[in-house]
Design a protein around this ligand. Structure first.
Ligand SMILES: Cc1cc2nc3c(=O)[nH]c(=O)nc-3n(C[C@H](O)[C@H](O)[C@H](O)COP(=O)(O)OP(=O)(O)OC[C@H]3O[C@@H](n4cnc5c(N)ncnc54)[C@H](O)[C@@H]3O)c2cc1C
Length: 189
């Protein structure tokens, strides 16, 4: 979207309508930073000064947020620094806000933008004769002249966190780790 915005005067001569498909409930967070897939304890590993240019920098945007929101995203060290990393949640909300800003700017440039949530793409069909494509989604088909695929990561297996069982009698005596293959490690001290 940022690339389209940066080149809007040229690209609007080629297409003026954009449809974005997102299978999740909310648009623009980025999968690892979405409240549906992370919690407040996960840190990101990219600082404000390392993020490619968006309308506003992460640090500048965080400085404008209220204390209550910052607390919810586990942003607890102040002042906010350009070189510091913050929680994935904070980063996700930042990306979400930048997404909204970019969409508004695209609309102001004359693009029609249709951002669809809860909308899973199940197939993409090319129509060679007309040099067009069809996006097949769970709520219908969409004819397109250009298609950009940005599906991100795909986790094939369901997450199965390791279960930790400890018997802390006095000093740690036994320590069992049970993973999905039922391997048990016993560490005696
Ligand atoms: C656990 C984890 C932590 C990470 N942490 C960092 C970090 O701290 N710093 C860093 O720089 N990079 C990090 N990365 C890498 C970085 O997040 C990715 O490179 C980045 O998110 C990729 O962006 P994207 O838009 O291509 O994909 P994504 O952010 O994955 O977005 C793709 C979107 O497409 C949607 N989608 C997928 N399939 C369909 C479909 N069929 N129909 C409709 N919608 C669909 C998904 O729901 C998702 O919202 C991390 C990656 C992972 C997996």
């Amino acid at each position: 979207m940022k690339h389209i915005l940066d080149n809007s005067s040229r690209l609007i001569k080629t297409f003026n309508s954009i449809t974005i498909f997102e299978k999740g409930k909310q648009m623009g967070f980025g999968m690892p930073y979405n409240p549906e897939t992370t919690d407040i304890y996960n840190l990101s590993n990219i600082s404000s000064e390392e993020i490619p240019k968006l309308p506003q920098s992460l640090a500048s945007w965080l400085r404008e947020q209220d204390q209550e929101s910052l607390k919810k995203w586990n942003v607890t060290t102040f002042p906010i620094e350009d070189s510091q990393v913050y929680s994935r949640l904070a980063l996700g909300h930042y990306f979400h806000a930048q997404f909204d800003v970019i969409i508004k700017k695209l609309k102001a440039e004359g693009f029609r933008v249709n951002a669809l949530v809860n909308c899973t793409v199940t197939d993409i069909l090319l129509e060679i004769k007309s040099n067009t494509g069809k996006v097949v989604a769970n709520n219908g088909d969409y004819k397109c002249s250009k298609i950009v695929i940005a599906t991100g990561h795909n986790f094939l297996n369901t997450d199965q966190p390791v279960t930790v069982i400890m018997e802390p009698r006095g000093l740690l005596k036994k320590f069992y780790l049970v993973n999905r293959n039922s391997i048990i490690l016993r560490l005696a001290f």
